[in-house]
Design a protein around this ligand. Structure first.
Ligand code: C2E
Ligand code: CA
Ligand code: CA
Length: 402
């Protein structure tokens, strides 16, 4: 397709040998928000299909030079994905037959109109066939970064020995002008499938560092966990970039821990070892996220320079009701300690689970029982007022010791 062609929006190509009918359909369609193009010969039609890639086609089945069925078969061999609306003056049976032929060849014939049809009928067919506007595109994500539509929430992590709150995990959200607050589960996978994830991660690290500096200014020296995507690690200079970004913001790299899922870390072990080692050399912490849910070779884990292991919430949240989950949590904590890694449990949803984690000698806990992901300005009260919070009082060891 010609790259200079505007391919945004709904593009309707109309073929009718009667120019006045073609023009009338175009007027109605333009009012319904379509870009339109009218042609009257098959050659013109097929050429436009190829260079303009219409999203919709209105086709008269009876034309003097060529019949509509022939055009449908051409469209099928071109693998057209356009929504096709057929028009015919030959009655329902002919239209139905043509519709079946088109569908059988993999075309998307979505409506048929019998001549003569009213403008209201045409309008309603065009309205019904609009596509949902794609909102998740590279262009939209980039524009959203420019417009500052992303923001971070911070979920506190409790030190299970002291009951203090020295760290939080940054969790991104999109304040979308139409869709409201959008979960990362909806847009991160898309960003990861395109190069967008690098810009997003850069934005997230920048915003996280700026927030750490604001908390510093309030006398609160926090550490931050930030999620990285596997795709971020394809860039060998990632360590240099992240270090420069942190130092530029006045944040020592040792205050950031990057979380990676084990599957991400296991892909292309040689490259990963290189990139992750560079991050460690710069002083960043490295955490294995969702541990226990992916595939991992323990040997490789041992070789990769991780500093922390994060027990997946599916085991943590069920560790009171399932013996197996409890055994997994216990062994993952032990494994972490045997490898000199910090053990963090996520998905802590009750006082009982927190106490059990304390007994299992887990180092830190994160979950709704302690705090939901918070807005940045809610964090200081949470961190300073923690001794009055229910989770603190329920977490016996420090409360009793204090
Ligand atoms: P994750 O890294 O495993 O993040 C933890 C998720 O668990 C968060 O969901 C958090 O809100 C939720 N959660 C916290 N406490 C509890 C609990 O007690 N019980 C349960 N059931 N869930 C809890 P969220 O914020 O929707 O993030 C979902 C996923 O999106 C994250 O999973 C992470 O994979 C991804 N993500 C979030 N922020 C970022 C980011 O900044 N960058 C990248 N690359 N991925 C991100
Ligand atoms: Ca995480
Ligand atoms: Ca996780």
């Amino acid at each position: 397709m010609d790259p200079s062609v505007d391919t945004s929006g709904h593009r309707l190509l109309i073929i009718d040998d009667d120019p006045s009918i073609g023009a009338m359909i175009a007027r109605v369609a333009a009012r319904a928000g379509y870009q339109t193009l009218v042609v009257s010969t098959p050659d013109d039609f097929l050429q436009r299909v190829r260079i303009w890639a219409p999203t919709h086609i209105v086709m008269d089945l009876q034309m003097p030079v060529v019949d509509g069925l022939e055009l449908l078969s051409q469209l099928a061999s071109d693998h057209s994905t356009a929504r096709i609306i057929l028009i015919s003056g030959a009655g329902d049976r002919v239209v139905d037959a043509a519709r079946r032929v088109g569908t059988a060849r993999g075309l998307s014939v979505t409506a048929a109109l019998n001549k003569p049809f009213s403008i209201a009928e045409l309008e309603s067919v065009l309205q019904a066939n609009r596509l949902e506007d794609p909102w998740l595109t590279v262009a939209n994500l980039s524009a959203a970064i420019e417009r500052d539509e992303f923001f971070l929430l911070y979920q506190p992590q409790v030190d299970l020995r002291s009951g203090a709150v020295p760290a939080a995990e940054a969790l991104v959200r999109w304040r979308h002008p139409v869709r409201g607050v959008v979960s990362p589960l909806e847009f991160i996978p898309f960003a990861e499938s395109s190069a967008c994830i690098d810009r997003m991660t850069q934005w997230i690290v920048g915003a996280g560092c700026a927030q750490l500096r604001r908390w510093d200014g309030m006398g609160m020296a926090m550490r931050l966990a930030i999620n990285l995507s596997a795709r971020n690690l394809h860039e060998a200079r990632l360590g240099d970039q992240l270090e420069a970004q942190c130092r530029g913001a006045g944040v020592d790299p040792s205050r950031l821990t990057f979380e990676l899922t084990e599957t991400a870390a296991m892909r292309d072990a040689t490259l990963m070892t290189d990139v992750l080692t560079r991050l460690r050399v710069k002083g960043f912490g490295l955490s294995i996220d969702d541990f226990g849910t992916g595939y991992s070779s323990l040997v490789l884990l041992h070789r990769l320079p991780f500093t922390e292991l994060k027990v997946d919430r599916s085991f943590v949240s069920t560790c009171l009701t399932s013996k197996e989950s409890r055994a997994i949590v216990r062994h993952v904590v032990d494994l972490a300690h045997a490898l000199h890694l910090h053990a963090v449990a996520e998905g802590v949803e009750s006082a009982e689970v927190m106490r059990l984690l304390r007994e299992l000698d887990c180092d830190a806990a994160q979950g709704t029982f302690v705090a939901l992901p918070l807005e940045a300005d809610q964090v200081p009260d949470m961190v300073r007022g923690h001794a009055d919070a229910p989770w603190y009082r329920a977490g016996a060891p420090w409360a009793v010791a204090g």
